[in-house]
Write a protein that binds this ligand. Structure first.
Ligand SMILES: [Zn+2]
Ligand SMILES: [Zn+2]
Length: 82
């Protein structure tokens, strides 16, 4: 039995996530995402996929990167056929 570090729930099916040398304990993926997932700097959604990094900023997709930083993101493309 472990306690979720986000909501405090004690749950027998809780699990650990090892990231950047730290161990986090969660009772659900929702709590894990709340704690771990970066936030798109343009639309503020949780980045569940790979995301797009431009000049130290992080976005959920190429559209957000281009909208927020047209100069830096000029070369960014989503991995889909044009
Ligand atoms: Zn939780
Ligand atoms: Zn976004």
């Amino acid at each position: 039995m472990a306690t979720c570090e986000v909501c405090g729930n004690e749950y027998e099916m809780s699990f650990e996530v090892h990231a950047q040398g730290e161990v986090h304990t969660f009772d659900s993926f929702e709590c894990a995402v709340t704690r771990m997932a970066p936030i798109c700097e343009h639309c503020q959604c949780r980045i569940m996929g790979h995301g797009v990094g431009v000049n130290g900023h992080f976005y959920c997709c190429a559209h957000c990167a281009r909208t927020a930083d047209p100069e830096g993101a000029r070369e960014i493309r989503d991995a889909v056929p044009a």
